[in-house]
Design a protein around this ligand. Structure first.
Ligand SMILES: CC(C)(COP(=O)(O)OP(=O)(O)OC[C@H]1O[C@@H](n2cnc3c(N)ncnc32)[C@H](O)[C@@H]1OP(=O)(O)O)[C@@H](O)C(=O)NCCC(=O)NCCS
Length: 196
């Protein structure tokens, strides 16, 4: 299968290569989720246990490798150094609505503040909207996660609503303020009207 027909194996931006995960990436993923600053706004700062990455997360990521148009999980690599910077993704959250994709990202602390998450997010959104069936990109964050919200805004998403919610095992079960952002195809097309 060629990339034009189906699953993409990599995406390239000015400074990044987004590549599919392989079984060899276990250590990279465990290490990424072992920094409490990285998981601070994801679960309150807990590392993801190695066995969860090995038995749950990585197999799920590998299964998503067959998807086209940016859908799935992407290892984010800095072109200049070859360094693994982290993970970005697009996923279907509700199987009744495959036309809606949810965007996410988490990078090593050393990579923060250089526009990398925005660069990767924009590339995934462009890849997603290349599929005419995709109508909307969503993203969510803890309200206090200003960096994440800023990435959403720079990638063209706007705030849709905020609400309070809790998840077992996250933030000690305490409710958090969640912000939901979205970008509709028509708005993305308007924003990119001058792009080739
Ligand atoms: C969220 C994350 C991926 C952003 O990555 P990044 O590569 O640093 O993002 P970018 O450089 O593209 O953009 C970050 C923006 O947030 C801004 N920012 C970061 N921290 C900020 C803060 N505390 N207050 C205000 N703005 C802040 C930056 O200045 C930048 O905006 P600017 O370009 O207008 O100056 C990164 O912080 C991360 O991995 N965090 C841990 C995991 C996580 O929380 N993921 C999101 C879960 S919803």
């Amino acid at each position: 299968m060629t990339e034009a027909e189906g699953a993409q194996t990599s995406l390239e931006t000015e400074r990044l290569i987004l590549r599919r995960f392989t079984p060899d990436d276990l250590e990279l993923l465990v290490e990424l989720d072992s920094d409490p600053e990285v998981t601070r706004y994801l679960n309150g700062g807990s590392p993801t246990p190695r066995e969860v990455v090995e038995r749950d997360a990585l197999p799920r990521f590998l299964r998503s490798n067959e998807r086209a148009h940016g859908v799935g999980q992407w290892a984010t690599v800095e072109k200049a150094s070859g360094d693994f910077l982290g993970r970005v993704f697009l996923r279907i959250m509700d199987s009744d609505h495959p036309e809606v994709l949810d965007l996410g990202y988490r990078l090593h602390r050393a990579a923060w503040g250089q526009g990398y998450a925005t660069e990767a997010a924009r590339a995934l959104i462009r890849a997603a909207f290349a599929d005419p069936s995709i109508q909307r990109i969503t993203a969510g964050a803890i309200a206090d996660n200003i960096a994440s919200r800023r990435v959403m805004e720079k990638a063209g998403l706007t705030l849709v609503r905020s609400f309070r919610a809790s998840r077992p095992g996250h933030f000690g079960g305490l409710e958090q303020e969640i912000v939901a952002y979205a970008l509709d195809r028509a708005d993305w097309e308007r924003q990119n009207a001058d792009q080739p």
